[in-house]
Design a protein around this ligand. Structure first.
Ligand SMILES: *Cc1c(COP(=O)(O)O)cnc(C)c1O
Length: 340
């Protein structure tokens, strides 16, 4: 593949990389797998993933550091979370060693696609696992495929992190005791309709409430929500149906242990949101996307941080976490996995 890529003008789009990693599970046993050059494959018309959506996925990034190394951020947590997701969907979990082996092999084979330091671009890695054998009676599939693909993606924010306007959704993302806490593909299928509606109305994202009482903040379609109080402490909504974001869990450690901030992980009601000074959506793609306003059925909740820039506390969190990810700041033990 020609590597004369215009890194700073990349979007967040699929492009086939030179290589992908593929492994198969039969009779509950995962094989070693290996690299493939083919972005297309044959699948049976009755495969479990196609009939009953038996699939889950992960998302992480490989970065080039200032001194030229290639690193990934806490991939062991992606491996663990994919195992948890798989178990909940009756998919045999991919062993962590296989996940890590695939990651090293994949990124190494596609080294030329890891954007240079300072470009703001990264190599996005998408691991996923799905039922690949035919199923017609409702049951788990007998065979599974694990794939890990990657593509270079541009900076999430071009020309600075501009705050977005989001809305409180009338739809629910995840039922109590449902699959909200795992990265199931089906959670995304169900959020597409609500997401498109929000976009048509001019909002960047939906914020979902807890479906049982519709009074508490859950999260956005693909990002957790965090708040900063007027006296500068971090407030993180807590609920079993919120997806355990690795970015959010890392920000909690950065805030508490590195920046010495007070961190409160607890239920957060919609009623108390106007009291907060800053709000952000957090996930691998953006790290932190600042929220300037939340629209709640015509009522506007405008944060004092405004619509021009990310607020001071979130900026500090953002700079510290991205500094760690890019190798500019010392990382807590075990956070950086170098691809060798
Ligand atoms: C993946 C995901 C996130 C973000 O998780 P990270 O590990 O930080 O990328 C947040 N919410 C949902 C629903 C997700 O699927």
């Amino acid at each position: 593949m020609a590597k004369n890529i215009d890194w700073s003008n990349l979007g967040f789009e699929y492009t086939p990389a030179d290589y992908r990693y593929v492994a198969t599970c039969k009779d509950g046993k995962w094989d070693e797998g290996g690299l493939s050059e083919d972005p297309n494959f044959m699948i049976n018309e009755c495969a479990g993933v196609l009939q009953y959506a038996q699939a889950c996925f992960e998302g992480l990034k490989a970065y080039r550091t200032e001194d030229g190394r290639i690193v990934t951020f806490r991939p062991d947590l992606n491996a663990k979370r994919m195992s948890d997701s798989a178990a909940r969907l009756e998919i045999p979990p991919v062993p962590e060693e296989l996940f890590m082996k695939a990651l090293d092999a994949l990124v190494n084979a596609n080294k030329d696609l890891v954007p240079p330091y300072g470009s703001g671009a990264t190599l996005y890695v998408r691991p996923y696992v799905y039922g690949s054998s035919p199923v017609i009676g409702v049951a788990p599939a007998e065979e599974y495929t694990f794939r890990m693909i990657c593509m270079p993606v541009g900076p999430y924010f071009k020309g600075g992190a501009k705050p977005v306007v989001v809305k409180i959704s009338d739809y629910d993302r995840a039922a109590p005791h449902g699959t909200g806490g795992i990265k199931a593909a089906l959670n995304y299928a169900m959020s597409l309709y609500a997401g498109m509606k929000a976009h048509e109305e001019g909002f960047a994202e939906n914020i979902y409430l807890d479906p049982a009482t519709r009074t508490k903040i859950e999260e956005a379609g693909g990002m957790n929500v965090i708040f900063v109080t007027k006296d500068g402490s971090l407030v993180v909504p807590k609920s079993p149906s919120i997806l355990p974001s690795i970015t959010r869990r890392s920000l909690v450690v950065v805030a508490r242990d590195i920046l010495g901030m007070k961190v409160d992980e607890r239920e957060v009601t919609l009623a108390e949101v106007p009291e907060f000074a800053e709000c952000g959506l957090v996930g691998t793609a953006a790290v932190i996307c600042p929220v300037g306003k939340i629209s709640d059925h015509g009522r506007e909740i405008a944060f004092p941080s405004g619509m021009e820039t990310m607020g001071p506390v979130l900026s500090k969190l953002y700079d510290t976490l991205t500094g760690i990810q890019m190798g500019r700041l010392e990382a807590p033990e075990g956070w950086i996995h170098e691809i060798k």
